[in-house]
Design a protein around this ligand. Structure first.
Ligand code: ASP
Ligand code: MG
Length: 493
């Protein structure tokens, strides 16, 4: 059994969906279970509808709903014959009717925009795409069936960024999916789940990857394929700088660090479920299915290049907690840590040494009044508008590159964080305005020569042409991305 997850850009036009059907067909002997993202940028548009509605901009909200509705109808009409079209058509009608009612109530002030309502609306994209894809597979002759993700993926009630209830989810999937998948291609929506009492939740933006990983782990799949519109994980973002390499192999640990360090190609929680069962995760390109992509799994050989990829997060605040006394136990930091975690929901631990603790806070959610006086004898230094650059590579576990980095970036006001022992990531904190220069210096230093067993020049770099969201665009775009999806990349420089 394998899991095949298709991203929004892979489903953004009738031609792309037909291509997806032929890819699924080519793997049919391996019993595929298919996970679908929302078509193109549908999720963004749905959230935009809510923004308009909550500002009582009913005309703008209505206009976007109409565009989305027509695009889905057009896609379905283009792909499906009468028999397969009928139920999908009914479903699209029903969903947009329900959405319209809720949006009107929001505009009229009869309803408030709760995280729960936001998730219900955001889930529409995948509920539609998974049904359209299942019908399109049937149309192409595959015996496909749709299964409800909300009845398979259980989560807590942390709406908009819910955490799966892993064991309940695994048990449910194990009971129902493999049996159905024996003689049919099971298709389900990514990104969405439900609380145990049946309220729709979402797993956070980009959450379909996590769905694929959950399903793969539940059925102990032989492989999880994540189909995107790029050749695989790249060393840096080709939209910013051309000439990056495709990484052929990554270890689970490297991929996990990259996903958490800001590489937009995988949802940050995707790796763990697959890694636990040692299921390989393979990133492949829907528009060039013959490419080998990036394989994430158990390392087979040692890479002679110390750095595999560089990712970064921007608009961050970094807190440095430091004790003026030499001998300070960790416990003495705890009042400050507690306070930060209480006030700053997005706080994450960056690094820790005997002398200091470093925390990162997402700049958008950062409290602007974040001020610390001498707090229980711990000095707190806050840096705002920072970028966190993460270098990732298994070799970095044994190789100390701190001195090399200090020399390389000596002229820049950067902070090279102490490396956590046993970690394959090295992090640098740099002021936002220094990011471009720092990353260029790093790129030249670490990718001037690369190990050809692990890196390949990308054979195809897609240029996504944003196309207006319109039914005419859907019809016209046999090859194009109808919803103007911007591709996601591995390293983000
Ligand atoms: N459609 C959702 C999003 O755009 C989930 C996904 O694509 O994985 O965030
Ligand atoms: Mg999406």
């Amino acid at each position: 059994m394998i899991v095949m997850k298709f991203g929004g850009a892979s489903l953004a036009s009738p031609a792309s969906i037909r291509r997806v059907a032929s890819i699924v067909l080519s793997e049919v002997s391996r019993t595929p279970i298919v996970v679908a993202s929302a078509i193109g940028d549908t999720t963004d548009h749905l959230l935009r509808i809510l923004e308009h509605a909550s500002r009582a901009e009913s005309y703008l909200a209505w206009k976007l709903q109409e565009q989305l509705r027509t695009c889905h109808f057009c896609l379905a009409e283009d792909l499906l014959g009468e028999q397969n079209l009928e139920p999908v058509d009914q479903y699209i009608r029903q969903v947009f009717r329900d959405l319209h009612v809720r949006v009107l109530e929001l505009c009229e002030g009869e309803r408030t925009l709760t995280p729960e309502l936001r998730d219900w609306v955001a889930s529409i994209g995948e509920r539609l795409s998974s049904r359209i894809l299942a019908a399109a597979l049937r149309e192409s002759g595959l015996p496909a069936m749709h299964m409800d993700a909300e009845k398979l993926i259980f989560t807590d009630d942390h709406f908009t960024n819910a955490t799966p209830l892993y064991w309940e989810t695994y048990a449910k999937i194990r009971w129902s999916v493999p049996f159905a998948a024996r003689d049919r291609v099971v298709v389900l929506a990514g990104y969405i789940g439900a609380t145990e009492d049946g309220r729709t939740t979402t797993l956070g933006r980009g959450g379909s990857d996590l769905t694929a990983s959950l399903v793969g782990a539940a059925v102990n799949a032989e492989e999880i394929q994540v189909w995107k519109d790029v050749d695989g994980m790249l060393t840096w973002d080709p939209r910013k700088k051309s000439g990056g390499y495709r990484i052929k192999n990554l270890t689970y640990e490297e991929a996990d660090e990259l996903a958490k360090a800001g590489a937009t190609i995988l949802h940050p929680e995707t790796i763990a479920p697959a890694q636990r069962l040692r299921i390989p995760l393979i990133i492949r390109n829907t528009f060039r299915p013959e490419g080998e992509g990036t394989r994430i799994g158990v390392p087979e050989a040692n890479c002679s290049s110390p750095v595999k990829s560089i990712a970064c997060k921007t608009n961050m605040a970094v807190l440095e907690l430091r004790s003026p006394t030499v001998e300070k136990s960790l416990a003495s930091y705890s009042p400050v840590l507690e306070r930060v975690c209480r006030e700053q929901k997005s706080a994450t631990l960056l690094a820790m040494s005997d002398q200091a603790i470093y925390l990162a806070i997402d700049g958008n959610g950062c409290n602007p009044n974040l001020k610390f006086a001498f707090d229980q004898c711990v000095e707190v230094h806050v840096r705002t508008n920072q970028a966190i650059i993460t270098l990732v590579g298994q070799t970095l576990k044994r190789l100390n590159i701190a001195a090399r980095l200090s020399a390389l970036l000596a002229q820049r006001p950067v902070l090279i964080l102490p490396q956590t022992s046993g970690s394959c990531a090295v992090r640098i904190v740099a002021p936002q305005e220094d990011l471009a220069l720092c990353t260029e210096l790093l790129r030249r230093a670490f990718f001037a020569e690369v190990d050809s067993e692990f890196f390949a020049a990308p054979e195809f770099v897609p240029v996504a042409q944003p196309v207006a969201l319109s039914p005419a665009a859907i019809r016209a775009s046999r090859e194009q991305l109808a919803f103007g999806k911007t591709p996601a990349f591995g390293g983000v420089i």
